[in-house]
Every structure is written in C-alpha cells, then in structure tokens.
Design a protein around this ligand. Structure first.
Ligand code: PMP
Length: 774
C-alpha cells in the first residue's frame, strides 16, 4: 500500500525529520546518524543508521496517541519479548527521557525507537496479496500461525499491563455506532450497498456480542497483523508495529492476515495452514473458530471506515475502487449465510406472533422490519440486539428517554402515596401553579386528564356547554384523538364513524404548495373557505361551538401559513360565537421553540389549550388549560372527576418534567437549534431537486419531498425514512400524501446529533434520487 508521503505532507515530513534528528541523543544514538525516510501513515517512520547499528524510529502524528497510550504499547511489546515472543525490540529513552521531543513551538511529540530487524523482508505485500500474485508458501502461513499463537499464549499471561489504555476491537469497536476506524457504510455511494453493509454490520455486532469476551476468545491482541507487519528472515519471523494493539478477539489477528488473501487462488491452503499452526499453540474453542469469517468481514469493514475518513488519500482510493465492491459481496454472502436479512430474528418473530394473538395485528408498527427497544438514554435507544439508535422522532420523552429526575420523582412518590384528587394533596396544586405560570394571563385554570384525547373531549364538552352550539371546525387533514366524538371529526386517518353532520372542514393554506398563488390570494381563499363553513354550520342549525386546531398543524404536514391567516380565522370563529381550542398535544411544552406553547408561538390566544404527549415525559398525563370564566360556567353543573388524573405520581411526573425543561433552558434552546436546523435544511432544499421546501420550526421540522414532476412523493419519503433507520436514526413522515419528513426529537438533543440526522438525510436524498431516478 501507499508508503510515500503525499505532496501535501512534505512540510510535515520536514518537521518530522527535524524532530527525529533531535530525538536521537535521547535514545543514546549519535546525533549525526543517517536518517532514511521509510513510510508515513499515522506515524512517520525512519530508518536510523548509527555506525553499523540500524534502528526504526517513529515520530507519532501529533494527537494520534497520548504518551500513556504509547508507553503502554512499548511496555506490552517489551513484556511479549521477555516472554520469548519474536517482536521488535524497543530502545529505552536515556535516563530522564520519556520519549517526547518538543518542536520550535514547545509542542511535545511522541517518538519511539526500535532495533531494526536486520536482513528481513515483509511476509507479503498487501497489493500483491489482493491481486492474487504468488505469495508466501502454506508452510510460511503455518509458521506464522504458530508465532501468532505463541504471542496470544504469552499475551494471556501478561493481560492488561498496568496503565493499559487502548481502543478495543470488540463488537462495539468493530461494528457499534462509532467504530474505532469509523463507519464503513459512509464509503459506499450506492443506496443498496450501504444497506447491505449496514445490515451485515448489525449482524456482525450481534454475532460478536453473542461470542462474548471470555479469556478463550478475547484478550490483548496485535490488531494489525497485515502482510507488511510481519517480517521474515529465513525461518525467523518477527511481528512489528503494535500501533493498533488493544483488546479484541484472538482470531482477529488471523482475520487481518487472511482478509488480504481472501481472493487469492491459494486462499484455502493458506487459511488451513495458518489455522493449523495457530491451534497447535493455543486451544481455541469451536465457537471462536466458527466466527472467523465474521471477523474477516469485520476487519474488511474497518478498512472501509478508515478510507471514508481520508478522502483523496491514495490508499483510500484503492480501498474504495477495489476493496469496497469485494467487501459488499462478502457482506451479501454473509447475510445470505446468516439469514440476518430475514424478516425478523427468531425472538422478534415469536414476539410478533404473540402480539398478533393478543393485542391484534392491526395495532400499528413502524418500519418494514419492526424495532424492538429495551432501553433508552436521552436521545438514544437501544434495541434487543444491543444496537443503538438516535431518536429524532419521539416528542413524548421531551426531556430524554429514561430521564433520571423524572423517573426518580415518580418512583419516590409511588413509594410514598398515590391517591386520587378527592383528598387534599400538595403535589397537584404545586404543579398546577407551575404549569399555569407558563401560560398567558387569561389561561389560569386547569383540568387534569390522562391523555390528549381526554383533553380534547373535555374541551369540546365545556365549549358545547358554554356556547349551546354543536358545530365544530377542524382542518381537512387532522387528528385530535380516539373518542367517539373525536373520531367523528377525524380527517387525517381512517375511522369507520360517519363524519359528523355538525363538523365542517377547513383547508389550511401552505405557501410551499407549488400550485399556490400569491400570498394574498391564498389568504383570501382560505378565509373565504372559513366564512363558507361557518355559514353552513349556522344554516344547518348547529351554530359554531368551537374551532379545534393543532397549533403546529403537524398532521397537515407543517404548512407555511400566510400572514394573517390564523388571526383572521380566530376572529371569524369568535364573531360567530365559537370558542378556540388550541390542541397543544404536539406543539406544546417548548416544541416550537422560544415559547412554551404553540399558540403563543403562532400568535393566537385560545380559550382552551389541550395538553398531552410530552407533559409527563411518557407518564400518562394531560390537561385542559382554560379561563376561570369557562371553568365557572361548566363545573358547577358538571362534576368532573377523573380517577387517575392529577394523582401525586402524575403531578410528580408533570412537575419534574416542567422543571427539567425550565432549568435546562430547553424552550429557548429549541428555538436556537430550530434556527440552525432551518439553515441546514434550507441548504438541503437548495441542493436536492426532490426537496420542495424545508418545513417546521423549533424542534419540529421536516422536508417536503416531491417527484420529478413536482408532485408530493410519499414513496420517496418512505424510502428516506427506511434509509435512515438503516443508519439507526429514527424519523417518520406526515402530511396528506405522507410526503413530509417528520422530525421531532426529544428536546434534549444537541447540535452534533442534529448534524448527524441532517447529514444522513443529505446522503439518503442523494442515494435515493440517484438509485431510483424517481
Ligand atoms: N391531538 C393531537 C394533535 C395528536 O397528535 C394526538 C395524538 N397523536 C392527540 C390529540 C391524541 O392524544 P392521545 O393519543 O394522548 O390521546
């Protein structure tokens, strides 16, 4: 592979040469010894000739390793050598030295020196191996197997030397969310290749997790036993370059060598000989041997991850052009072998069956392959196979999955007392005061409920009582809950209840619709539609009871409203005697940024704010916040009691969630992050033909996708959602055509995580459009 410095690195090379020269006396070498450049990778390597004594001197790339890491590498190699393993011999710094040398700016650089392995040649050549050129004999592989086996036997005795500090090549280091050498899937430009790699990596991770880390399968390994890192002189074999050493599966050291020969015509003979040599030295359990091919594939993916981080590098180009297609094929046959791409692993298939037989097959599940989560932490979810997912979808755990403050508050209350509201109880009053403190002056009373549906049902009931009218206005693609009266006004999903005669729909104008006229025309048409609906309700004798709208218009697909629309709508409803219900189930508790409640964010003052989802961070709690006047009108003649609502445990959930939002400044942060996201999404919209517009505000945002003819493209949105889940990122889609990506992470998400989501969207849009040409 490429051992020459690239032109851009020459200045570094000059600096490295200068450092190397200054380091010589620190290792007892004559300052005028001859320095010859050998290679440059993570380190710059020189050969040093001091009289007739040759050395190899490495100047470590600044920041690549810490002094502790380097010294641990040296001490491990010294311990192996003391145990009789043929590894290169390090030269100790002279007294007082620690292997660091300062440059002109005073920055200290790490340097180490080893005795040159005289007369030796590399075991093989990576490129020649890959291209199937004649290589070492099977006997050589056998001998190498013995040496590696001997090294592992010694390593097992040595274990982790004191001060051990290295990356680990375990299931996470190889195939977790952030592998040691980066995520391999980034190197693939084709969507189907990325998918194959992602699925194979998931399979590898599962398999290695199942293999475990017992002493007979896992320990301190070399981790970079490439053909170049084994030197041969006659019958003598020496292992060099422990730069990547750390804990890992023992057979990873064989996998590293075998990977480079995997397409070689003599591969079967090489593999057999290497394994025979190895197992003659160390007893190796069958389950470890069975995982060898998986480790070879795991090794292969590490090179892809490495190359993805070094675009433009000559070796990266070789890896992308020649190695990537072979690795994709290896991954494909791995999936075929393991059945990892079957509809669901056995355990999940059994659970699906039990689920169907109990709660029924119609209870919806996300994704082509349902996900099965077992734990959460902040914006991260972990599935039953140990895979971590970035949650950019769930708004209920607004202060993070498994938030300890909320969990502790609920638990402490449950350990003390939990009764309904017919006894005096402080927690619910404390919470009510805190909650009402986040609303405008007029909204100063609250009824507690257990869900968004209950909240809307109650608000409608109060509105009906107060106005004496029954007519309701909703939008033509909306959802407000699952009770009978809400099913009768549901327009955004399928229900069998006939649409209520007392309900009229409004079409919410969206300035991003390609066919939309100018802003004024759109506004005028929309308000004229409201006038017609109101007139119809009055003519039919229903009158106008309420306008029920989601402050974010989420189900509708986050339309961009013409200025004056909401004010005009609210004024018309009020003029007809109706009340305004702002459904805050989606938009509330800071979701839209800068304001606690969506109606404040969009500039209207409702008579009711109905709350649900995020209020208790997952504990079922909702509410109807209204005016004292409406409470006084309804409650004297309607005793409202709700067994579970407002219990001390519910109050603990609600209050601790509110305090988390407040104390962590999440409302303002959602505004700031939303503006940042808006800029990035705007950039995506300008670069991708299929993105019609960036949608939303605060931490409720998305992209509206269209096909080549500019029509809403729900299929593309589905493809992007599936593509992201393969990258272990959760999002969804909304809108009348399911063509708007729906991104609504817990409010505790940070900017780098948002970047991860947006970068993945960028890739998915590139590959989906390129792959399907759709
Ligand atoms: N209103 C809106 C806007 C919603 O999105 C939902 C739930 N998706 C509800 C009401 C109903 O809430 P719940 O499921 O808690 O009954």
């Amino acid at each position: 592979m490429n051992d020459q410095p690239s032109p851009g690195a020459v200045r570094d090379l000059d600096a490295a040469t200068e450092l190397a020269r200054r380091a010589l006396p620190l290792f007892g070498i004559a300052p005028d010894a001859r320095l010859t450049f050998i290679k440059q990778r993570e380190n710059v390597v020189f050969r040093v000739d001091d009289g007739d004594r040759p050395y190899a001197l490495r100047v470590h790339r600044h920041g690549h390793r810490s002094l502790a890491q380097m010294s641990c590498e040296v001490r491990h190699a010294v311990a192996l050598r003391a145990a009789g393993v043929p590894v290169s011999q390090f030269v100790e710094p002279v007294a007082g030295g620690d292997g660091t040398v300062a440059d002109a700016d005073g920055t200290r650089h790490l340097i180490d020196v080893q005795h040159w392995v005289a007369g030796a040649e590399p075991f093989g050549d990576t490129l020649a191996a890959w291209h199937g050129e004649p290589g070492p004999s099977p006997e050589r592989f056998h001998a190498l197997g013995e040496i590696v086996g001997g090294m592992h036997a010694a390593s097992r005795q040595i274990g982790r030397i004191p001060g051990f500090e290295r990356d680990a090549w375990h299931e996470d280091g190889l195939a977790g969310a952030t592998p040691v050498w980066g995520d391999a899937t980034r190197l693939a430009t084709r969507a189907d290749d990325r998918q194959v790699l992602a699925e194979a990596i998931s399979g590898i991770r599962r398999e290695l997790a199942a293999l475990g880390r017992d002493d007979d399968v896992y320990g301190v390994i070399h981790a970079d036993t490439t053909p170049e890192n084994v030197l041969v002189d006659g019958d003598e074999i020496t292992l060099i370059d422990f730069d990547d050493f750390g804990e890992g599966y023992w057979l990873f050291d064989l996998a590293t060598m075998l990977f480079w020969y995997v397409r070689h015509p003599e591969y079967p003979a090489f593999r057999k000989a290497l394994l025979e040599g190895y197992t003659a030295q160390v007893e190796t359990p069958t389950r470890a041997l069975d995982a060898l091919d998986t480790l070879i594939l795991a090794r292969a993916t590490t090179y892809l991850g490495w190359a993805a981080d070094r675009p433009g590098d000559e070796t990266s180009e070789f890896l992308e052009a020649e190695v990537l297609p072979v690795v994709v094929e290896l991954a494909r046959s791995y999936l075929d072998r393991s059945g990892a791409d079957a509809a669901a692993p056995d355990a999940d298939a059994a659970l699906l069956e039990r689920r169907g037989a109990t709660i029924g097959p119609y209870s919806p599940l996300f994704y082509n392959r349902p996900l099965h989560f077992v734990s959460g932490d902040g914006v991260w979810l972990t599935d039953v196979h140990g895979e971590r997912y970035l949650d950019a979808y769930n708004n209920v755990p607004s202060v993070g999955h498994a938030n300890p403050r909320v969990a502790d508050a609920i638990s402490a209350q449950l350990h003390k007392l939990n009764v309904h509201t017919r006894y005096l109880s402080e927690p619910i009053v404390d919470y009510a005061e805190a909650l009402l403190g986040t609303f405008g002056e007029t909204l100063d009373r609250v009824y507690f409920t257990n869900s968004g549906s209950e909240s809307n049902e109650l608000a409608l009931r109060i509105a009906r009582h107060r106005t004496g009218a029954t007519g309701i206005l909703v939008t033509d693609f909306s959802y407000h809950g699952n009770t009978i009266s809400l099913a009768q006004l549901t327009t955004g999903l399928e229900v069998s209840e006939p649409f209520g005669e007392h309900v009229r729909t409004l079409h919410v104008p969206d300035l991003d619709t390609p066919t939309a006229g100018d802003d004024e025309t759109l506004l005028a048409e929309a308000l004229a539609g409201a006038d017609t609906a109101i007139a119809e309700l009055q003519a039919a004798g229903h009158g106008v009871c309420a306008l029920l709208i989601d402050s974010s218009f989420s189900t509708e697909g986050l339309p961009r409203l013409p200025e004056g629309y909401l004010e005009g709508l609210v004024a018309r409803v009020r003029a007809a005697g109706g009340l305004i219900i702002a459904d805050e189930v989606q938009a509330g508790l800071g979701r839209l940024g800068d304001d606690w409640w969506g109606h404040d964010a969009v500039g209207i003052t409702p008579d009711f704010a109905t709350l649900g989802k995020p209020l208790g961070n997952g504990f079922p709690i909702g509410g109807v916040v209204t005016t004292a006047e409406l409470l006084e009108s309804f409650s004297p003649s309607n005793m409202y009691f709700n067994t579970f609502a407002g219990t001390p445990a519910a109050a603990a959930a609600g209050h601790s969630t509110l305090l988390e939002v407040e104390e962590r400044g999440l409302v303002g942060k959602a505004g700031d992050l939303g503006r940042y996201v808006g800029d990035r999404l705007g950039d995506l919209a300008s670069r991708h033909d299929r993105v019609l517009a960036s949608k939303g505000r605060g931490l409720f945002f998305g992209l509206s996708l269209v096909d080549a003819e500019g029509r809403p493209d729900g299929a593309l949105a589905k493809e992007v959602v599936e593509s992201l889940v393969r990258e272990r990122i959760l999002i969804s889609k909304i809108g009348p055509f399911d063509s708007v990506l729906k991104i609504r992470p817990p409010l505790v998400i940070e900017r780098p995580e948002l970047d991860t989501v947006i970068d993945a969207l960028d890739r998915a849009l590139t590959t989906s459009a390129a792959a399907g040409g759709r």
